[in-house]
Design a protein around this ligand. Structure first.
Ligand SMILES: C[S@@+](CC[C@H](N)C(=O)[O-])C[C@H]1O[C@@H](n2cnc3c(N)ncnc32)[C@H](O)[C@@H]1O
Length: 269
């Protein structure tokens, strides 16, 4: 991705999408799963394609040292703006770096992190191998890799709920679509991504769904109120359970895979 196509999407993505109930569910569910796998704070976290820091700033609040790496100057400006809302001690734990994930190791000067996150990025890069390889390289032995990306097995959900039946039929076997942000993207399967990670010395530990019911409700035209905190709390509790259980997790249009780097003999970590 050469031009900064994210520059025009900063407000839509960083302010509008994350302020919706679906955005709140996504941040909450991923955060809970991450806390189950991450070593206790303080530990180092690299957020590749971290954008405006929506997923990693809560980790800084929780005591983690966070480095956000992103090629979009506009996204990073937004990240710096949002930093102001963090308490001073959390803000001091966040660094921001400009660069793409395919050159992550160079951008962080060879540093190894206890956790490397890459959420909502892989679907926008083609092919995915160089980025996944860099995620693995930047992870310390025993560290965690956390990837959220499009679920190729649930491609028919969105067009079907939008009653685009011809598109839905074609989507069962499709890998590409223009996503809700209007950006063309590619989807993966848990198994394929697991194989790419294994090539980098990272074994899949667990995988989850992200959101399900709120996604379906949105595509069905239902408006959910993010200011109704009681409803939001009840919603995130249901979505967290759905994200962890079969068959629900497999129907989520995005999946969240958590892997762990194995200290293999002869593996250049
Ligand atoms: C949908 S946003 C996700 C942001 C963030 N990870 C989050 O979960 O909120 C996609 C981000 O990927 C970044 N991006 C695009 N191409 C990238 C690449 N080759 N390497 C790293 N990041 C990239 C964009 O600049 C943008 O900030």
């Amino acid at each position: 991705m050469n031009e900064d196509i994210w520059a025009g999407l900063v407000e839509q993505f960083a302010d509008t999408a994350y302020a919706s109930v679906k955005g709140l569910v996504r941040t909450y569910v991923l955060h809970q799963q991450l806390l189950d796998h991450l070593p206790p704070a303080p530990a180092s976290v690299l957020d590749v394609g971290g954008g405006a820091g929506h997923q990693s700033f809560p980790l800084a609040r929780a005591g983690y040292d966070v480095t956000v790496l992103d090629p979009s100057a506009a996204m990073l400006d937004k990240a710096r703006e949002r930093l102001a809302s963090l308490p001073e001690e959390a803000r001091r734990r966040v660094s921001v770096l400009e660069g793409d994930g395919e050159h992550a190791e160079e951008a962080v000067s060879g540093r190894r992190f206890d956790a490397v996150l890459c959420h909502g990025v892989l679907g926008y890069v083609e092919p995915p191998e160089p980025l996944v390889e860099q995620l693995c390289r930047c992870t310390a032995d025993g560290g965690v890799v956390s990837i959220m990306t499009g679920n190729a097995r649930a491609g028919a959900v969105r067009p079907a709920l939008e009653r685009r039946w011809d598109d839905a039929l074609a989507a069962f076997d499709a890998r590409h679509e223009v996503g809700v942000l209007g950006v063309p993207g590619r989807a993966d399967t848990v198994e394929e991504l697991g194989a790419l990670l294994r090539a980098g010395g990272v074994e899949t530990e667990q995988w989850y769904g992200v959101w399900l019911f709120v996604d379906w409700l949105e595509f069905s035209g239902v408006e959910l109120d993010p200011s109704d905190s009681e409803q939001v709390a009840a919603t995130v509790a249901v979505e967290l359970e759905a994200a962890r259980r079969d068959p629900y997790r497999a129907l989520s249009r995005v999946f969240h895979l958590v892997g762990r780097k194995v200290a293999a003999a002869g593996h250049a970590g």
